[in-house]
Ligand binder design. Structure first.
Ligand code: NAD
Ligand code: ZN
Length: 263
């Protein structure tokens, strides 16, 4: 993509956000890559090293929680505990603060949207920040779980599991229902850092499009949505693209700014 194209699309995106005020974002693993969290798929992804059905399926966890803790959960905890929000997360939080973004629907479990200041975050796949006792259901912050014994246990003797959605488990229906509602009513859907291959998140852009929203994709690589569902494809990393979008949005937003978003 030529630089001019990207500038134009960035400008149009900023205008659409400022004009409509009814935007929603759908994010995936890509938005957290610049925070040092590797994706699961693709080059360097976790699934190159291990089989998801062996380590991230609920049946695997039930069969051998010690193995899943050692192969998957401990490693993820080590990465997530030091990860900090990047300019992509910060940009989305700022858009919410300015009143231009309603909610973030994320497939991520890293808590970085909230750490950046986003308030309305729908975590489709739950969160890794908390553990839940399989026996009594009580929750404990992941950083406070005693890892001297694997798998860690609650005071009731039950085994802790991350409060996220494993393969083979259902997305909490209330999250799905709210996401559907938001996406069906939004005017702009920002699709950031997701390969749009995992359902049901992957159908959200289609739903938005059918409901008349503009779908704006931000990703360094094209996806199955590109050129078909997406109205704009802004090619680039989330951090750099959101820095650019925010410069334009703040320009429109600033009181007395000489340039205004056209009506
Ligand atoms: P994915 O791994 O299938 O795709 C990642 C996408 O990010 C790709 O399209 C890639 O081109 C893009 N990308 C790469 N660098 C980027 C950048 N700098 N900025 C923006 N985009 C970039 O991710 P997915 O669609 O979210 O599906 C993965 C599943 O794995 C999700 O369901 C999620 O729950 C889980 N997951 C979560 C985390 C996390 O919490 N951070 C990390 C890995 C996987
Ligand atoms: Zn318990």
């Amino acid at each position: 993509m030529r630089e001019a194209d990207r500038d134009t699309l960035t400008q149009r995106t900023a205008e659409a956000l400022v004009q409509t005020r009814r935007a929603v974002a759908l994010t995936g693993a890509g938005v957290s890559i610049e925070s040092g969290i590797p994706p699961f798929r693709g080059p360097g992804g976790l699934w190159e090293k291990m089989d998801p059905m062996e380590v991230a399926h609920i049946d695997a966890f039930r069969r051998d929680p010690e193995k899943v803790w050692k192969l998957l959960i401990e490693g993820m905890q080590a990465v997530l505990s030091v990860a900090r929000p990047n300019a992509g997360h910060v940009g989305l939080a700022r858009l919410e603060q300015l009143g231009y973004l309603q909610s973030v629907i994320t497939q991520n479990v890293d808590g970085l949207h909230q750490a950046a200041g986003s308030r309305d975050v729908i975590e489709f796949h739950g969160t890794f920040a908390w553990q839940r006792c399989q026996n009594c259901g009580s929750r404990c912050k992941t950083g406070q779980v005693d890892l001297s014994r694997i798998p860690p246990r609650c005071s009731c003797g039950g085994i802790y599991r991350p409060d996220c959605v494993f393969f083979g488990e259902m997305i909490p229906p209330q999250h799905l229902a709210r996401a559907h509602q938001l996406v069906a009513r939004c005017d702009v859907l920002l699709v950031v850092g997701t390969s749009a291959t995992v359902q049901p998140a992957a159908m959200m852009p289609l739903l938005a499009k059918e409901s008349g929203a503009r779908v704006i994709e931000i990703n360094p690589e094209p996806t199955p949505l590109t050129g078909r569902v997406s109205d704009y494809f802004i090619q680039g990393g989330a951090g750099a693209v959101f820095n650019d979008i925010l410069v334009c949005v703040e320009d429109f937003h600033a009181p007395g700014a000489h340039r205004h978003a056209p009506r």
